[in-house]
Design a binder for this molecule. Structure first.
Ligand SMILES: [Zn+2]
Length: 229
């Protein structure tokens, strides 16, 4: 009886600790208790896998280029531009999830956009893409090498109306956190300054992606909830 009480006590502690967020304002990092381990998330450094950008927060270095960019090339992937790149950690996880996706739907995962340099993003903006759909150059998650766009980037309704896209998106929502990805712009423009983008996913690490899913938070909400300004 005593042993079971102790076990139950630690079990309930873990549940509680898992939800507890400890803020460390002086170094602008978030520490999150996960079981007995403290996870530290760095939103600031350009190289961090949790580097945060939005339409007001940019990379530190305008010309930041991730060091470990690798070409998208894998038997379960289609790179629609044939020469796109992502960071090594992104690629490793895309490869795993695309194999799972293929085994589920017998379709290859179609990637239409990946790493985008400052100049590439500037070109997109110069051609007239609105601020509600395209980040300004220097402010795009795509510059991190951690973000990808899938299938087609048009509007949210396409993903609701098209049976196939809807099925894929629902599968992604259930499964992608297992590979460390989160759908950044899944709420509305008042929350994150961008239209809902079911096609846009970014890598944040498995533990954080799982925590976001559990808390029903977007990465944007998580950042503002936990980061002292
Ligand atoms: Zn995107």
């Amino acid at each position: 009886m005593i042993v079971w009480s102790i076990v139950l006590f630690f079990y309930s502690c873990n549940i509680w600790i898992d939800e507890k967020i400890v803020l460390v304002p002086e170094i602008k990092k978030v520490s999150i208790w996960s079981g007995s381990i403290i996870e530290k998330y760095d939103f600031e450094k350009d190289t961090s896998i949790t580097k945060y950008v939005d339409n007001k927060i940019s990379f530190n270095d305008k010309n930041y280029i991730p060091e470990t960019l690798l070409q998208l090339k894998w038997e379960y992937l289609i790179d629609t531009k044939n020469n796109q790149k992502v960071r090594k950690i992104t690629l490793e996880n895309i490869n795993k999830l695309s194999e799972n996706f293929y085994n589920t739907f017998w379709e290859k995962l179609k990637i239409i956009s990946a790493y985008r340099s400052y100049n590439y993003q500037k070109g997109i903006k110069d051609r007239g893409c609105s601020d509600a759909f395209c980040a300004k150059a220097w402010f795009s998650e795509h510059q991190s090498g951690l973000a990808i766009d899938l299938w087609e980037a048009t509007n949210e309704d396409r993903f609701k109306d098209d049976e196939e896209l809807k099925t894929y998106f629902d599968w992604m929502k259930d499964n992608w956190n297992k590979y460390g990805f989160t759908n950044t712009y899944q709420k509305w423009v008042e929350i994150d300054w961008y239209e809902v983008e079911p096609w846009h996913w970014r890598y944040v690490w498995i533990k954080l992606a799982t925590s976001l899913k559990k808390q029903k938070l977007t990465f944007v909400e998580f950042y503002y909830k936990n980061n002292f300004k």
